[in-house]
Each structure stands twice: as structure tokens, then as C-alpha cells.
Design a protein around this ligand. Structure first.
Ligand SMILES: O=C(O)CCC(=O)C(=O)O
Ligand SMILES: [Mn+2]
Length: 216
């Protein structure tokens, strides 16, 4: 009974306008999950998750990898996109067709047509991982939106304004939810609160976040 109730509630979760240009599409990625997880296997085998170091020397609690023609990296020299995985010096694994299709469908659902992401950052959160408030601003293309898919354990996503000290909205992002932000919200501060220790039936104690960016 509880399962049916949860299911009905989940199905009723509405597309949510977060701010001008920013929208949450609950469950938008659900039908793609089996294909996404299958595609992630070889990507992570070729380019394993790693904890990057920030320019300030702090090791990030979120583990990251990339696929696509460009990948986001951070080290003591700064944040940037590059064609090669610094761990192997190989090109990043190709972006699976299904990732591109899903990212473009979500962007267009949110009102952004012609989204052509070159970069797909894959973030892995374990209990205790978090992402501090930041803006995504390493992309040359400032017009394209950010498309962000959440999988596994639910997390509290903070979505603020254009100034770091603007108040933040708190959104619980569940397995299969997609958030898209661009336009007036493109440079809004955002982050993820410390992941609680809980269990997801498919992903265990993990949360995965897959973020698509158009760099040029
Ligand atoms: O994990 C998330 O939901 C957000 C990730 C993010 O903001 C980023 O990778 O820049
Ligand atoms: Mn971000």
C-alpha cells in the first residue's frame, strides 16, 4: 500500500519553475535509467572516478569523471575544460548517443532549443559528500543552459541567486529528476548539501549527478 501511495505521489510531482529560466522536471530521466547505467559502466572503466583538487589545494569530496569531447577538470592551476583525461592522457570516452538525446530533450522541454553539449561531467556522491555553493562559469558559451540529471540517493539541491549571499531555495532531487537552468538563471549560485547515509535500490548508498554543458 505504501508503495502504491509513493508511486502515485511520485507520478503527481509537477514540473517546477525554480526561477526565471530554471526548471525542475521530476522523473524526466526515469525511462532512460537502465540505458544510462549500462552506458556508464565502460565510461567509468576507461576514465575512473577521481577526487580532484581545487586551485586552493582542497580535495573535493565528490568524485568525478567525464565523457564527451571535452571534460571538466580542476587542479592547482585552475578549473578548465580539456580534451584529454589527465589521469591517462587519453581522450575522454565518447558521449553515448542516449545521453545526448536525453540532454537535448530535457533542454527543449525547459524551453532551450538547439542545445549541443560537448561536455558531460559525472559526479559521484557518497554519504558525507557535498558540493559548496558555486556558479558554473568555465564555459565559453554563456547562452546555453546547464542540464543536470540526478540518480540514486536523494539530495538537497540549493539554488540561489546571482550573488553568493542571496537566499537559496532547497529542492529535494530524487532518482530520475532533471534540473535545467539557463537564461536569467544561468549564473545562479547552486550547490548540494552533505549527502545523508541512505540506500537506493539500484545505486546503493550513492548519488550520481550527470551534468551536460555546451562549451562553445
Ligand atoms: O550534483 C548536483 O546536483 C550539482 C552538480 C554541479 O553543480 C556541478 O557539477 O557543477
Ligand atoms: Mn554546478
Amino acid at each position: 500500500m505504501a508503495d502504491l501511495f509513493d508511486q502515485l505521489n511520485d507520478d503527481n510531482r509537477q514540473r517546477q519553475l525554480i526561477a526565471e529560466g530554471a526548471v525542475c522536471l521530476p522523473g524526466f530521466a526515469l525511462e532512460y535509467v537502465p540505458t544510462i547505467l549500462e552506458a556508464l559502466g565502460p565510461i567509468v572503466e576507461q576514465a575512473p572516478f577521481r577526487h580532484l583538487v581545487t586551485p586552493g589545494g582542497h580535495t573535493m569530496s565528490v568524485a568525478m569523471t567525464n565523457c564527451g569531447s571535452l571534460g571538466w577538470v580542476s587542479d592547482r592551476r585552475g578549473y578548465r575544460y580539456q580534451e584529454r583525461d589527465p589521469l591517462s592522457d587519453n581522450a575522454w570516452p565518447a558521449m553515448p548517443e542516449i545521453f545526448l538525446t536525453l540532454a537535448q530533450k530535457a533542454a527543449s522541454e525547459a524551453g532551450y532549443q538547439r542545445f549541443k553539449p560537448q561536455a558531460c561531467l559525472i559526479n559521484q556522491y557518497l554519504p558525507g559528500s557535498k558540493m559548496s555553493l558555486h556558479q558554473d562559469k568555465d564555459e565559453n558559451n554563456k547562452a546555453a543552459p546547464i542540464v543536470s540529471i540526478s540518480l540514486g540517493v536523494s539530495a538537497t539541491f540549493l539554488f540561489g541567486g546571482l550573488r553568493r549571499d542571496d537566499p537559496c531555495q532547497k529542492l529535494i532531487l530524487q532518482h530520475g529528476d532533471v534540473v535545467v537552468w539557463g537564461g536569467a538563471s544561468r549564473f545562479c549560485f547552486h550547490g548540494v548539501q552533505t549527502l545523508k547515509d541512505s540506500e537506493h535500490s539500484l545505486l546503493g548508498r550513492r548519488r550520481l549527478n550527470i551534468t551536460f554543458r555546451q562549451i562553445y
